[in-house]
Ligand binder design. Structure first.
Ligand code: NDP
Ligand code: 8X3
Length: 251
């Protein structure tokens, strides 16, 4: 019987690519997000390869998170792998001009949402003394960049939570690790710039960014190591990127 992965933010970008990569490698899927039409489309596509269940909820809503996890049918009730991926940046403004709504969104989704989902899934991993949690952090969780303030804070929090989880869950034999990407071309910048496609496109102009498939391939590598091997903290950038602020752009 194949393993089952619970992926948040599976409707787009890194989460979607991970779902597709896992399906190609026989990992059953619980796909989560708010856009149900996308979830259903993916389910239709990937059900030919593996078992797929979808859960449509907002990670900010703690009751919805709890109810969604509790609603899982028997065939999906054992979760081997949790990919805490749902998240986005909202805005890119100096701290004095930042929007309170953007700040709430980033802290509520990237930090609290990750905690709510983990809290709902952890009891079964603790009971079985087995499980693997991958937290999707960012280079923004290692280094702060101009105007990145609150997004960087949210990803620094993910970095701390990743370490804290690994420490506290060590006694249960649960693997915990983070994958921290640099610039990956997804819908990330469209969300950050609130639908301004040109501005979003310009972020990735003049160099070769990572693709969501690059990250999916790495996540699959991480989850397929022998159980005694835990990749605790992995940072990956495009070759053209040296840090959050140094990108070799040919424009
Ligand atoms: P996308 O915008 O393409 O995907 C974001 C995903 O998160 C979507 O599936 C979206 O689904 C989901 N999501 C957002 N808000 C919520 C919410 N409130 N409740 C439930 N799901 C939500 O971006 P990426 O794939 O790039 O981002 C995925 C992760 O990777 C994020 O944590 C991001 O911070 C991180 N990351 C991205 C990098 C990049 O350069 N792209 C680099 C480093 C890290 P839906 O809208 O359907 O709810
Ligand atoms: C996404 C990478 O540099 O756009 O976390 O913040 S960055």
């Amino acid at each position: 019987m194949g393993k089952t992965a619970f992926i948040t933010g599976a409707t787009s970008g890194i989460g979607k690519a991970t779902a597709m990569h896992f399906a190609n490698n026989g990992i059953n899927l619980i796909l989560c997000g708010r856009r149900d039409n996308r979830l259903k489309g993916l389910q239709e596509e990937l059900s030919m390869k593996v078992k797929v269940h979808t859960l449509c909820f907002d990670v900010r809503d703690k009751e919805s998170v709890k109810n969604a996890v509790a609603s899982l049918p028997d065939a999906f009730s054992k979760i081997d792998i949790l990919i805490n991926n749902a998240g986005n940046a909202h805005g890119l403004d100096p701290i004095e001009e930042g929007s309170l709504d953007d700040w709430d969104a980033m802290m509520d989704i990237n930090v609290k949402g990750l905690l709510y989902v983990s809290k709902a899934i952890l009891p079964q991993m603790i009971e079985r003394k087995e499980g693997h949690i991958i937290n999707i952090g960012s280079t923004a969780g290692k280094e702060v960049y101009p105007k990145g303030n609150v997004y960087c804070a949210s990803k620094h929090a993910v970095d701390a939570i990743n370490q804290g989880m690994r420490i506290d869950l060590n006694q249960y034999g649960i693997r915990v690790g983070a994958v921290n990407p640099g610039l990956v071309e997804t819908e990330f910048s469209n969300v950050r710039f609130k639908g301004d496609e040109e501005r979003a496109h310009n972020v990735y102009k003049g160099f070769q960014p990572l693709t969501p498939e690059d990250i999916a391939d790495i996540i699959h590598f991480v989850v397929t190591r022998p159980y005694h091997v835990n990749i605790a903290d992995l940072v990956v950038m495009p070759t053209a990127q040296a840090s959050s602020t140094i990108v070799n752009k040919q424009v």
